[in-house]
Design a protein around this ligand. Structure first.
Ligand SMILES: C[S@@+](CC[C@H](N)C(=O)[O-])C[C@H]1O[C@@H](n2cnc3c(N)ncnc32)[C@H](O)[C@@H]1O
Length: 249
C-alpha cells in the first residue's frame, strides 16, 4: 500500500496532544524527561519466534537514564523496529554502513550491529553520547559501532558517511519544531537508493504535519508485517519504508 497520500491513516484515533510519557503533563511540545529512570540497566531480547527453522534471537543490555533527556530510555517504536530487523536480518546484515538517527540509548543500532551490519553509526544530540558510548561498551560492539553527534537540520559533519546504505529512525516524531529538521537530515543523508526504515508512534494530531513535510521529499509505504498489524494499529505504531524522491536535497 502506498501511504504517501494517506495522511489520514496517521491521523486516526486522534486524541490531540497525548503526552509522550502518558503522564498528565500538558507540556506537549516540550520533550519530557522520565525522571524516575535514573542510572539503571535494562535488557532486551528480540527473537524471530515465528521462524520454524533457525530461530534467532538478539539480546542487548542497555544503560538507561532519563536525566539527560527523553532519549535515555528505550521507546516503543525502537523496540518494534529492533524486533522487525531481527525477523528480517537481511535488511541490515552485511550492509556496509547503517546509520541510526535519534538513537537515544542506541538500541536499534546495537541490534543492527549484532545482526551483522558492518559499520553502524548511532547518532544523537551531544547529551546522549555518554549513554550511547556506555551501551556500545556494555555490548562489546566497539569494533562495529561508532557513536557520533548529529543534530538534525545542521550540516552533516564530515566525520559521518554522506550516503549510508541503510538509515534507521525510531520514535523520532514527537517534537513539532524538530519536524523540518528531521526531514532535512533524512534528505541530506539519502538518495533514491537508500533504504530507510522509519518506525513511528503516533501521539498527537500535530504529527500529521511531519508527514506533510516528509512527502515533499520522500515517498513512504507502510511495511506489511503480519501477524503484527493489529498490534501496531492498537498501539498507534507505523512501520514505514521511505524512498527519497529524485536526487536533490
Ligand atoms: C523519543 S526518543 C527515541 C529514542 C530511540 N530512537 C528509541 O526509540 O528508543 C527521540 C530521540 O530523538 C533525539 N532528537 C530529538 N531532537 C533531535 C535533534 N534536533 N537532533 C538530533 N536528535 C534529536 C532525542 O535526543 C532522542 O534521543
Amino acid at each position: 500500500m502506498n501511504a504517501a497520500d494517506d495522511d489520514d491513516k496517521h491521523d486516526s484515533n486522534d486524541s490531540d496532544n497525548v503526552d509522550i510519557t502518558k503522564s498528565s503533563s500538558s507540556a506537549s511540545l516540550i520533550p519530557p524527561q522520565i525522571a524516575s529512570i535514573i542510572d539503571q540497566t535494562d535488557q532486551f531480547t528480540f527473537s524471530d519466534s515465528d521462524s520454524t527453522t533457525d530461530s534467532r534471537s538478539v539480546t542487548v543490555r542497555l544503560h538507561v537514564d532519563a536525566s539527560p533527556g527523553c532519549g535515555g530510555i528505550a521507546w516503543p517504536a525502537g523496540r518494534v523496529l529492533s524486533e522487525y530487523i531481527v525477523r528480517h536480518p537481511d535488511l541490515v546484515s552485511g550492509r556496509e554502513i547503517v546509520l541510526e538517527l535519534g538513537s537515544g540509548t542506541g538500541l536499534v543500532g546495537l541490534v543492527a550491529a549484532q545482526l551483522g551490519a558492518k559499520t553502524v553509526w548511532i547518532t544523537d544530540q551531544q547529551v546522549l553520547l555518554p549513554i550511547m558510548n556506555k551501551n556500545v561498551e556494555m555490548n562489546s560492539l566497539g569494533d562495529n559501532v561508532k557513536v557520533a553527534e548529529l543534530n538534525w537540520g545542521e550540516a552533516v559533519p564530515e566525520y559521518l558517511p554522506t550516503r549510508p546504505d541503510v538509515i534507521l529512525a525510531a520514535d523520532c516524531v514527537y517534537f513539532e519544531p524538530a519536524f523540518p529538521l528531521l526531514v532535512q537530515t533524512l534528505s541530506d543523508l539519502s538518495d533514491s537508493r537508500t533504504e530507510i526504515l522509519f518506525c513511528y508512534k503516533k501521539r498527537r494530531k500535530a504529527d500529521k504535519r511531519f508527514f506533510t513535510m516528509l512527502k515533499k521529499k520522500f515517498k513512504y509505504v507502510e511495511i506489511p508485517d503480519e501477524p503484527y498489524s493489529d498490534v501496531y494499529t492498537r498501539e498507534a505504531i507505523s512501520l514505514l519504508r521511505l524512498t527519497k524522491i529524485g536526487t536533490s536535497n
